[in-house]
Design a protein around this ligand. Structure first.
Ligand code: WTA
Length: 657
């Protein structure tokens, strides 16, 4: 937590002292979708759970009805068995058919200030045109298509066109490096890459086509590369493989038949970091995913599609953008905002100018962004009218109570419930969060599992920890949007999530429950860091470091950071003949950024002659974390050489960015 004085910090402290809990206001309750707390009890029994999801799924358009609601042969679930539907039809066609063609799907704002307003009818037209273009390139049901794009409207268009065809998309966040993109293209043998010449970030352009070219050169499956013209920067061109998006869609029909998809057909892959260097291709399927994200979006954000202007500030390249910028909101016929650039560029209050301009009613962002805005202070957006806001959301990492209270008071004006939503790429949908019309909030707690979700907090041996205690979060009952596996690696799927507590989903998060049963998420308990809400594996950074010619050995830990939650802290042993220096530290940080992506750039490199290891040769990460945090070292007797610790300690604090 930051210790810098802020003009408003006193007021926040008072808020936390005087008012520990926040019940929904009468004004909010009056219009809330969920006002009856019995929803939890009703969805708890097996019959009630089935009734809940039957009703939710019936809100979607099915080409053929399902026969069975779900089957569960741990660890494999199937949902809406036998049902057929198409995701793009549910997100677009049915709304246009219902007379909502003129409703705005997205207000889009480019970083340089250009804007586009896209209605549901416009979006359907564009998706159909691009569907026809992709079909013209030979893309068909079951193919995998990589998407590596900035936050421009063509990104959701490309995703929806894939769903119309039944090809699985694999969106790779535009901040990833060419190497990271190549690994992901390779893992799924993608036949097409959709990218842009570049994108805008803090006034500069990011050369996406160049990175895509480098990635494709390292892989063998790609037949076509489709390029959206965004920045106009010069790009290299391979006539046999590259196509401009605008040339491809030009003259295409705005009608395109949607593929009837089986409920359990693959919808998309999204890669996420695990505890090894190889990212996991998380598999999501069609019917269960769409039912899960549309229900959670509607009920947790209390969506009133006729009046709400909803802004999720995440990047579509992460799961939050998939579920809560694209699929959930479009399935609910919501009007959303998409912004291309950095929220504080060119002015600190760019985000507030956008929220004010479009009269946003709902904001959904990450604690790291809230803390960054807190640092600027509320004065930075004092001139922007945020009175349209009525609900705020948080996601990606534990939100510290101080940031929660500041968000509630300074951005929400003390009017807006804050829904802290816990979930993962793997869960597909939010699993633990308030229902804002009925839940009394506590700053820093994600409150309770969503109706029908059965969670528990268990100890090492898998015994449920009584209220008041902490342990590991597990999920007991299947849910419609749950992952169906890891692409090409069923063993890893079973091993990672289902082997520790057989039959129960192991989330990898620590959690405590207070006496009233509120869930307080405590962060990862495995070797996964959470930097600005992005999951980064320590092993992935270590293997990037040792791929540098100067590095013999590396150990990486996450260190608490006042803004980004955690920051990447690296212990590095150099090969003989290499000297520790600030320049080399800088070079290594850049090397990691080149290998993985800029968001994985280490904060600190500590050169050390040795690393603390147990007698069996395992690096003692707990100790390294403690050193990084400058905590007391505790018991070090299992160390091979206790001198190592003091040598490391003497140097810690040096080499910071
Ligand atoms: C963390 C992002 C505390 C958690 C949607 C989880 C959170 C990981 C919260 C998943 C929250 C996400 N409170 N921790 N509200 N939301 N996390 O896959 O450690 O990028 O396991 O999905 O983020 O990150 P992922």
């Amino acid at each position: 937590m930051t210790t810098e004085p802020r003009p408003d910090s006193d007021a926040i402290e008072n808020l936390l002292r005087e008012e520990r809990t926040f019940a929904p206001s009468d004004e909010f309750v009056a219009d809330a979708l969920v006002r009856d707390p019995s929803i939890y009890e009703r969805a708890a029994s097996e019959d009630g759970f089935r009734a809940f999801w039957t009703d939710e799924a019936k809100r979607l358009d099915w080409m053929e009805p399902w026969e069975d609601l779900y089957t569960w042969e741990a660890p494999y679930a199937k949902w809406f068995i036998g049902g057929k539907l198409n995701v793009s039809v549910n997100c677009l066609d049915r709304h246009v058919a219902n007379g909502l063609g003129d409703r705005v799907a997205y207000f889009w704002e480019g970083e340089p200030g250009d804007t586009r307003t896209i209605t549901y009818a416009d979006l359907l037209d564009e998706v159909c045109r691009f569907t026809n273009a992709l079909r013209g390139l030979g893309v068909k049901k079951g193919d995998r298509v990589a998407i590596y794009m900035p936050m421009i409207p063509e990104l959701p268009v490309a995703m929806l066109a894939c769903t119309r065809i039944g090809a699985a998309h694999s969106v790779v966040f535009g901040g990833f490096s060419a190497d990271a993109l190549a690994d992901r293209i390779d893992d799924a043998s993608c036949s097409v890459v959709i990218t842009a010449d570049g994108g805008y970030r803090k006034g500069a352009t990011v050369a996406l086509k160049k990175a895509a070219d480098d990635a494709i050169a390292r892989t063998s499956s790609v037949e076509h590369c489709v390029v959206v013209k965004r920045t106009g920067d010069d790009v290299a061109w391979d006539e046999s493989r590259d196509h401009w998006y605008h040339d491809l869609v030009d003259g295409q029909s705005s009608k395109a038949d949607p593929e009837p998809m089986d409920s359990e057909d693959l919808l998309y892959l999204l890669y996420t970091s695990g505890t090894t260097a190889k990212p996991k291709g998380i598999m999501h399927t069609t019917g269960g995913y769409l039912a899960g994200v549309s229900a959670t979006h509607r009920l947790i954000f209390d969506i009133h599609p006729e009046t709400d202007i909803y802004w999720c500030m995440a990047d579509i390249g992460w799961v939050t953008g998939h579920s809560y910028i694209v699929y959930g909101p479009l399935a609910n016929a919501t009007t959303g905002i998409i912004y291309e650039g950095a929220i504080d560029y060119p002015e600190k209050d760019r985000w507030a100018q956008i929220a004010a301009k479009y009269r946003a009613t709902i904001l959904y962002t990450a604690p790291t962004a809230i803390r960054a805005l807190m640092k600027y202070g509320a004065d930075a957006f004092a001139d922007d009218d945020l009175s349209s806001l009525r609900l705020l959301g948080s996601v990606g990492e534990p939100i510290n109570p101080e940031a929660w209270a500041w968000y509630w008071k300074e951005i929400g004006g003390g009017r807006c419930p804050v829904v802290d939503t816990w979930w993962q790429t793997e869960t597909g949908m939010v699993m633990i969060a308030p229902l804002p019309g009925i839940t009394t909030l506590k700053p820093g707690s994600a409150t309770f599992p969503f109706p029908g979700v059965v969670a528990d907090v268990v100890d090492e041996g898998g015994r449920s920890v009584p209220l008041g205690g902490g342990g590991y979060l597990v999920l007991e009952r299947p849910w419609p949007a749950m992952l169906r596996g890891i692409y090409g690696d069923p063993e890893r799927y079973e091993q990672t999530y289902w082997s520790r507590y057989p039959g129960r989903y192991f989330a990898g998060d620590g959690c405590k429950r207070d006496e009233e049963g509120y869930y307080w998420l405590l962060g990862r308990i495995d070797d996964v860091m959470n930097v600005s809400g992005h999951r980064i594996s320590t092993t992935e950074v270590e293997s990037a470091l040792v791929s540098h010619p100067s590095v013999a050995e590396a150990a990486v830990v996450g260190r608490t950071d006042p803004i980004t939650g955690q920051a990447i802290f690296c212990y590095v042993i150099l090969r003989s003949g290499h000297e520790a220096s600030d320049e080399l530290g800088k070079e290594l940080r850049t090397h990691v950024a080149d290998m993985i992506g800029k968001f994985a750039r280490p904060k600190q490199i500590l050169f050390t002659p040795d690393l603390p290891k147990t007698r069996s040769g395992k690096i003692m990460r707990r100790l390294l974390r403690d050193i990084a945090e400058q905590r007391d070292l505790g018991d070090v007797t299992t160390l091979a050489d206790a001198n190592v610790v003091s040598a490391i300690r003497d140097q810690s604090g040096k080499g910071e960015d």
